[in-house]
Design a protein around this ligand. Structure first.
Ligand SMILES: C[S@@+](CC[C@H](N)C(=O)[O-])C[C@H]1O[C@@H](n2cnc3c(N)ncnc32)[C@H](O)[C@@H]1O
Length: 244
C-alpha cells in the first residue's frame, strides 16, 4: 500500500526524491522500476494498492496545485519547458494523465496484473481556483495483483461501500504535526488492507511518509515495513509507532 510523490507537485526536501524528473517518461520509468522491486518482495498471492493523482502542465515549468508548501517548490523554468510538452508533446493547460501512464507502464512490463482502477472520490478536498474547467475531486487507487489468483477478502468490500470501485473518503485534514507528507486518510488504508491482506499478514509502504500505512497495519495486528528517503519522516514514524 503506497502513495508515491506525485509528478511535479511537492518538494519533500531530500536529494534523490521521486517526482521532480525533467520529463514525465522519466518519472513513469522511475516509479515503475520501484514497483518492480515491490513485485519482487510481494507474496505470490499479494496485492498492491497504488494511490496516484494527476497533474496539469502549465507550460511555465510549474504544476498547478494547491500545495500549501508551494514556497518550497523548486520548479524553475527548465530546458524541457522551453521546447514544450514535458517530453510528451502536450499543450500547456493539459492534464498529463500521469496515473494511467504509470499503470500502463507497470502492466506493460508483463508482470503486474492491473485488476481495478478504483476512483478515490475526495469530497471538497481539492479546492482549485480554476474558472475554465471543473475542479478535480478524485484520485486513483490502482489495485495490482502479482498473479491471476490472489487473496481478496470480498466481504470486506460489501460491508463498506455501495459503489465498489468508487470510494468516497474525505482527505485527511492538513497535517498539524510539523511534517508535511500529504498523508492519506486512515480509512483509505484500512479499506485496502482489509481487502488485500490477511489478518496477521505483512504490509510494505515504500513511500511511507508519516507512516499512516504502518500505524493502520500495526493497529490491525499486521506486520509493517516502511521506507522513506526523508530521515525526519522516518524519525517521526518510529516515534509514532513506539507510542502505540
Ligand atoms: C505522498 S508522500 C507519502 C505520504 C504517506 N502516505 C503518509 O500518509 O504520510 C510520499 C513520500 O515519498 C518520499 N519519497 C520521495 N522520494 C523517495 C524515494 N526515492 N525513496 C523513498 N521515499 C521517497 C517522500 O519523502 C514522502 O514522504
Amino acid at each position: 500500500m503506497t502513495s508515491p510523490p506525485y509528478y511535479w507537485l511537492r518538494d519533500y526536501g531530500v536529494g534523490g526524491q521521486l517526482g521532480q524528473e525533467e520529463t514525465v517518461l522519466q518519472y513513469v520509468k522511475g516509479l515503475a522500476d520501484t514497483m518492480d522491486e515491490v513485485y519482487r518482495l510481494l507474496a505470490d498471492d499479494g496485492l498492491l494498492f497504488l494511490n496516484l493523482g494527476d497533474t496539469y502542465y502549465s507550460g511555465k515549468g510549474k504544476s498547478h496545485g494547491t500545495d500549501p508548501k508551494s514556497t518550497k517548490r523548486r520548479f524553475g523554468l527548465r530546458a524541457v519547458d522551453k521546447s514544450g510538452g514535458l517530453g510528451i508533446g502536450i499543450q500547456p493547460k493539459s492534464v498529463i494523465g500521469v496515473p494511467w501512464r504509470v499503470a500502463l507502464e507497470m502492466s506493460g512490463r508483463r508482470k503486474w496484473v492491473l485488476r481495478s482502477s478504483i476512483v478515490w472520490h475526495r469530497p471538497r478536498s481539492l479546492p482549485e481556483a480554476v474558472k475554465d474547467r471543473p475542479r478535480r475531486s478524485y484520485e486513483y487507487v490502482f489495485m495490482f495483483a502479482k498473479q491471476r489468483n490472489y487473496y481478496f477478502n470480498r466481504p470486506a468490500l460489501r460491508d463498506v461501500v455501495a459503489e465498489e470501485d468508487v470510494w468516497t473518503i474525505p482527505a485527511r485534514p492538513k497535517s498539524t504535526n510539523g511534517i508535511d507528507t500529504a498523508p492519506f486518510p486512515d480509512e483509505l488504508v484500512e479499506r485496502c488492507l482489509n481487502l488485500g491482506c490477511r489478518e496477521g499478514g505483512s504490509v510494505l509502504d515504500p513511500f511511507a511518509g508519516s507512516g499512516t500505512t504502518l500505524r493502520v497495519a500495526v493497529r490491525s495486528g499486521r506486520d509493517a515495513t516502511g521506507i522513506d528517503l526523508n530521515p525526519v519522516f522516518c524519525q517521526y514514524m518510529v516515534e509514532k509507532l513506539k507510542a502505540m
